[in-house]
Design a protein around this ligand. Sequence first.
Ligand SMILES: NC(=O)c1ccc[n+]([C@@H]2O[C@H](COP(=O)([O-])OP(=O)(O)OC[C@H]3O[C@@H](n4cnc5c(N)ncnc54)[C@H](OP(=O)(O)O)[C@@H]3O)[C@@H](O)[C@H]2O)c1
Length: 319
Amino acid sequence: MKYRQLGDSDVQVSEIALGSWLTFGNGVDSKKAAACIDQAFDCGINFIDTANVYALGGAESFLGETLANRRREDYVLATKLYFPMSDTDRGLSAQQVYKQIDASLSRLRTDYVDLYQCHRYDEETPLEETMEALTRVVEAGKARYIGFSEWRAEQIQAALDLPGVAKFVSSQPQYSMLWREPEEGVIGVSEANGISQIVWSPLAQGVLTGKYRPGEAPPKDSRAASDAMGGFIGWLVSEPILEAVERLRPIAADLEISMAQLALAWVLRIDNVAAAIIGASRPEQVIDNAGASGIMLDDETLTRIDEALADALPGTMPR
Ligand SMILES: NC(=O)c1ccc[n+]([C@@H]2O[C@H](COP(=O)([O-])OP(=O)(O)OC[C@H]3O[C@@H](n4cnc5c(N)ncnc54)[C@H](OP(=O)(O)O)[C@@H]3O)[C@@H](O)[C@H]2O)c1
């Protein structure tokens, strides 16, 4: 496993990180989920991403319980706030920041997280209020660094322009061969300001592993077939996308790597991407995905990928 610097921080994160959306405390039974975590550590993964809203606290509670027997300094822990935790608890007001960090730390059974992220931008709270509250959380030692997820370039810049507040070190956008929006501005402003991308759904929720075949029902044990986890996969399992993904198969075969590894090496080709945050429903997937670390794709391969996916990329496909 290779490691990269997380923005302007002193933290080194594994190129492959383990996430917990839909899987932990929810769609994957706790024995298998714990096996995925053990496997991640065995593969050198040191970076774990969660959020207060995942399984409404269930993912954090599961991680708190499962990680309790490990030394805290052996892993980098990231969580988030913003999405509703109750009818009245939501957003990035100062009151919510102070309340949600304490609730997350309690569920995670730790005194601090390495990274506290705004899960979205809060249009209803002044940015100054959010940034001052996050700064106090850092000063209190409850979070070492701060980040955001899915903020627009101008929102990022506005936060950077505020004087006297903690500086963001990470950006968590959706980014994959099939979803390239961060290239349109977020990566540029991040590169210029010591902010790394830690990207979500780099496998397009499993679609880029080639497990879904055009004209066939999804495998029974897959996310798309799961009542608990299949609710967000939507457009990714449409026929045109699946047909385009089929065209990646020979590219991975020529390189003698798995399709998952091809997809993960593709996001990691950009230096500004510190980590690809994968989900996993079983340990074998963690091994496969961890194997992507260190794979370099040459220009000819990148061109073949673009040609294979040309009619499935934004601008030509309905989103
Ligand atoms: N900031 C945000 O708004 C946001 C949003 C979404 C996610 N995230 C973060 O990003 C993480 C990853 O998201 P994701 O779970 O959608 O990522 P993903 O890695 O694109 O998809 C993960 C799913 O693909 C399947 N899979 C993974 N590796 C595989 C392999 N080698 N072979 C075959 N199937 C494989 C598994 O599903 P099955 O086995 O069930 O098919 C797995 O649960 C989340 O856990 C969360 O931490 C953040």
